[in-house]
Design a protein around this ligand. Structure first.
Ligand code: PEP
Length: 243
């Protein structure tokens, strides 16, 4: 089963429920699990629509504590209460824009597990790090520092230079990093690729060994594009099952 996760970032209003309704109406896609991570303000609203369906919801970040004097923050327990079953942690927009480092990312992932959520822990190199040939070392350090010791988790490999840029690594480059991550994480941990995935490139990226789904930003905002990516995942899952 491939996990196709949409990261809506800071996009969406109550009316965006139309996208969720379209995903629900499309029905289950064999071999692909759909997950949407909207802004937290929309979770409860969307939860009422996806209840009993094949679509799952997630948060985009969480605080490591469950409650307290942390103005503006949202805990994993609150996300679970609002209908989430996953939460993204350590996204590069949090790491770079909010100065989040690996120990904090790990604390968030552990808090997510304690709240019954599956953390999606993001790792990935900057362009300078790739050009310096340090991609695997960077990813290794992030895995060592940010992953929980055990428990349910998903890893998302997201090269920072591929996010929102329209540029992607080659399938061979993705294969190298995913094989490396697979050698470092508990067996059967899902490893998503993220960074400019769209309906045109999804089939090639999702067919790469050790790619078990995608974390999709921009292309997750339109139901038709997101569903096209999920269908590409379904085809990739079928090929894998047959091999
Ligand atoms: C993301 O934000 O995690 C992401 C992969 O964005 P995009 O698909 O827009 O590159």
């Amino acid at each position: 089963m491939q996990l196709i996760a949409g990261n809506w970032k800071m996009h969406g209003r109550l009316a965006s429920v139309a996208v969720i309704e379209a995903l629900v109406a499309a029905g289950p896609i064999k071999g692909a699990q759909l997950l949407v991570c909207p802004p937290a303000t929309l979770l409860a609203h969307f939860a009422a629509v996806v209840r009993g369906s094949h679509v799952r919801l997630g948060g985009q970040d969480c605080h490591p504590k469950t409650d307290g004097a942390f103005t503006g923050d949202i805990s994993a327990a609150m996300l679970a209460d609002a209908g989430a079953s996953y939460v993204i942690v350590g996204h590069s927009e949090r790491r770079l824009g909010h100065g989040e480092l690996d120990p904090l990312v790990r604390a968030k992932a552990v808090a997510a597990q304690a709240a019954g959520l599956t953390p999606i822990v993001c790792v990935g190199e900057t362009l300078a790090e790739r050009e310096a040939g340090t991609t695997l070392a960077v990813v290794d350090r992030q895995l060592e520092g940010a992953l929980p010791e055990a428990g349910p988790m998903v890893v998302a490999y997201e090269p920072v230079w591929a996010i929102g840029t329209g540029r992607t690594p080659t399938p061979a480059e993705v294969a190298e990093v995913h094989a490396f991550i697979a050698s470092k994480v508990p067996e059967r941990t899902a490893i998503l690729y993220g960074g400019s995935v769209n309906p045109g490139n999804a089939a090639a990226l999702l067919a790469v060994p050790h790619v078990s789904g995608a974390l999709v930003g921009g292309a997750s905002l339109a139901a038709a594009d997101f569903l096209a990516i999920a269908r590409a995942a379904s085809a990739a899952a079928e090929v894998e099952a047959g091999s």
